[in-house]
Ligand binder design. Structure first.
Ligand SMILES: NC(=O)c1ccc[n+]([C@@H]2O[C@H](COP(=O)([O-])OP(=O)(O)OC[C@H]3O[C@@H](n4cnc5c(N)ncnc54)[C@H](OP(=O)(O)O)[C@@H]3O)[C@@H](O)[C@H]2O)c1
Length: 157
């Protein structure tokens, strides 16, 4: 199955020009638990923010550049053929904004972490609510000094 996973604020913001503006350890753990042992696909912009590939996952990078990527990252130039047989097992689209937008049509399920607040983001998750329905929501216990979060799963209509 092809899924996307993102953490979004009240305006569907995902990052400022300086990167992701919140630090929520429970969301980091949630991301790890869901994506472990799967394939992950990130855009080149997100790739530049990773010092290393995420261990325990096959790390694909969407880019039209032909230069070699760092060790542990696999280049995907043609997303259409990738989606129709370029990987084995499950795939998580992990961002960023451009990749979420260009691949949303392929996505069957969304794992969204709703981070409470407006973080003055400059990059956004695309509008999705007309194409997906809320399937499940989990509200983890609040942690002092950390923004409130809700874990949601959305299924394609
Ligand atoms: N809150 C969250 O959950 C979350 C998650 C991930 C990332 N982020 C944030 O998102 C931001 C990055 O987003 P972004 O929009 O700037 O960059 P991005 O989506 O990570 O990467 C964009 C690049 O990906 C490649 N790409 C995208 N669509 C493609 C397609 N259809 N075929 C081939 N290549 C394609 C292109 O690379 P080339 O130009 O090399 O061809 C494009 O320039 C970062 O600030 C990061 O912190 C937030």
């Amino acid at each position: 199955m092809i899924r996307a996973i993102a953490a979004v604020d009240d305006r569907l913001g995902i990052s400022t020009d300086a990167g992701i503006p919140w630090n929520v350890p429970a969301d980091v753990a949630h991301f790890r638990a869901l994506t472990l042992s799967s394939n992950v696909l990130m855009g080149y912009g997100t790739y530049t923010e990773f010092a290393n590939p995420m261990e325990g996952r096959t790390n694909y990078v969407a880019t039209r550049r032909t230069e070699k990527l760092r060790e542990g990252f696999l280049r995907v130039g043609d997303l259409r053929s990738f989606f129709t047989g370029g990987f084995e097992g499950d795939l998580w689209i992990i961002g960023g904004a451009m990749l979420y937008t260009t691949t949303l049509e392929e996505v069957e399920e969304l794992a969204l972490t709703r981070v409470a607040g407006d973080f003055a983001c400059t990059k956004f998750f695309p509008p999705f609510e007309d194409k997906f329905r809320l399937g499940a929501e989990e509200v983890p216990p609040p942690v002092e000094g950390v923004p409130a979060i809700r874990f949601q799963t959305w299924q394609r209509n």
